[in-house]
Design a protein around this ligand. Structure first.
Ligand code: PLP
Length: 238
């Protein structure tokens, strides 16, 4: 199947999952997870109408920005970002979805301040408590949000999560539900530069469940571009 056909199929599945739980499908953004796919594939996904692209690695982001691969769609950063690489990402992407530590938050603040911009971000939550994953522990999220006022050049738009890999449908529901509850908890304590409209969760294998639990953005790679070749990639860089 072509990328355009895949995007159309995913859109239909998003709409179905949304309607089944009484949600408006337009509330749910489709982010194409573009890692390990080239500029041409990215252009096809954008032409097929994905809402945004999500890139995992700074090197790939920089290369695709250079060839204008994301033209026509917002670009997000969704991979682990090292503090020494923030300069290559801050101000270059519309949203950094994967802010996974206070140190990174501080580095982004410093760089955004230097550039005189406000960088939109999501806080990444390690909702499964996995050793192999980056992210704030669920109980760390509220304290960080309460401190958001000191990050004058950052706007926290919401939360992002990558739950444990599941092989059975429904297995991740409890994690998705926990994420939704976290956004509710934050909304109850809303502060000035925190909006938490965005709940980014759900990937190729589990996005319908994520939508049933309140996801507003699904990040789909394989479902749009086909399988990736992981032979040369270490698991913690994804
Ligand atoms: C690769 C990736 C995805 C998409 O995964 P698929 O299973 O291929 O849909 C989503 N989010 C992040 C952060 C990723 O790295």
């Amino acid at each position: 199947m072509s990328i355009a056909e895949n995007v159309a199929r995913i859109r239909a599945q998003i709409a179905q999952a949304a309607l089944e739980c009484g949600r408006d499908p337009r509330e749910i953004k489709l982010c194409a997870a573009t890692k390990m796919n080239d500029g041409e594939a990215v252009r096809q996904a954008i032409a097929a109408g994905v809402d945004c692209c999500g890139e995992n690695r700074v090197q790939e982001l920089t290369a695709k920005l250079k060839e204008n691969a994301y033209q026509g769609a917002p670009v997000h950063f969704i991979g682990h970002l090292q503090t020494n690489k923030v300069r290559q990402v801050v101000g270059k992407v519309d949203l950094i979805q994967s802010v996974d530590s206070l140190r990174l938050l501080q580095a982004i603040q410093q760089e955004a301040g230097k550039q005189g911009i406000v960088q939109d971000i999501l806080l990444e939550v390690n909702i499964g408590g996995e050793e192999s994953k980056w992210g704030f522990a669920p109980e760390e999220v509220l304290p960080v949000v309460e401190k958001a006022g000191v990050f004058t050049n950052i706007c926290i738009k919401g939360l992002m999560a990558i739950p444990p890999i599941s092989h059975n449908s429904g297995e991740n529901l409890k994690f998705f539900q926990k994420m939704f509850q976290l956004t509710v908890d934050i909304r109850n304590k809303i502060t000035d530069n925190v909006i938490v409209d965005c709940l980014s969760m759900g990937m190729s294998d589990d996005f319908p469940d994520a939508i049933r639990c309140g996801s507003t953005m699904v990040r789909v790679g394989t479902g749009i571009f086909g399988a990736r070749d992981y032979a040369n990639v270490s698991s913690k860089t994804m």
